[in-house]
Ligand binder design. Structure first.
Ligand SMILES: N[C@@H](CCC(=O)N[C@@H](CS)C(=O)NCC(=O)O)C(=O)O
Length: 232
């Protein structure tokens, strides 16, 4: 059985980490049996990030490497028939979600005042004292430093919102009224798209980026469809 080490669910989502939710979505889409372990312990993770998997002793970290491993080990029901052009588009959109939009959304959760209040409560509210007195502040300091290292954290709040809104517009315009990101058939890009869009649309973190996403009905409909099909 594939063991998936991830954060505990929060925000009413399968996971408030879009990367953890991406992997769970992929496993469901590919029809692979798995066991979720809500450890939340990044120090035990090979790259100190979650999720990672242990598949009968084979430990793999990073969702992209995990999915590559799973395709090699169990077959590739979702992406095997993709054309080179589709693979190129999927790679580009994956980068948009994971390397750019992700950091704009992280900013709305961990840096923006109102967003941070909800994030703090959802992620650390159940933590026993005295941990909850200092762990949230340390975690937030770490995230703010990572955001600066990435570069997103060096922009003004208005610039970060503009960057996130441009990504959401590109996603909504590209998806249009197609059933899946690449057209009629689901692909692994939909695991990424569903996880990152659901985390943007449905987390209780108001921002101009979320408001724009909520104003595009095809994005809502897409996430509802994915949820009904894979998380029923
Ligand atoms: N490239 C990694 C990114 C994973 C990642 O950023 N995970 C975040 C949660 S969304 C994490 O574990 N953060 C903990 C930390 O940075 O301390 C993947 O695809 O798995």
């Amino acid at each position: 059985m594939i063991k998936v080490f991830q954060f505990a669910p929060a925000f009413g989502l399968p996971n408030a980490s879009p990367f953890c939710m991406k992997l769970e979505t992929y496993l469901r889409m590919a029809g692979l049996p798995f066991e979720l372990v809500n450890s939340g312990d990044v120090m035990k993770a090979p790259k100190h990030k979650l999720p990672y998997i242990d598949d009968g002793g084979t430990v793999v970290a990073d969702t992209t490497f995990i999915i590559e491993y799973l395709k090699g080990r169990y077959g590739d029901p979702l992406d095997a028939a993709m054309t080179p052009g589709e693979r190129a588009v999927a790679t580009a959109f994956q980068r948009l979600f994971e390397e750019n939009l992700y950091w704009a959304v992280v900013h709305t959760r961990w840096a923006d005042g109102a967003g941070w209040a909800n994030t703090r409560e959802a992620f650390f509210g159940a933590m026993p004292a005295p941990l909850r007195w200092f762990v949230p502040t340390l975690a937030r300091r770490g995230l703010l430093s990572e955001m600066r290292g990435h570069g997103m954290g060096r922009h003004s709040v208005a610039e970060i919102h503009a960057i996130g809104c441009r990504d959401v517009t590109a996603i909504a315009d590209f998806l249009a009224d197609k059933p899946f990101m690449l057209g009629e058939r689901p692909s692994s890009l939909d695991a990424t798209a569903h996880a990152f869009l659901a985390n943007l649309l449905w987390a209780p973190v108001d921002s101009p980026i979320q408001r724009l996403a909520r104003s595009r009905p095809t994005l809502q409909a897409y996430c509802e469809r994915m949820k009904a099909r894979y998380f029923a």
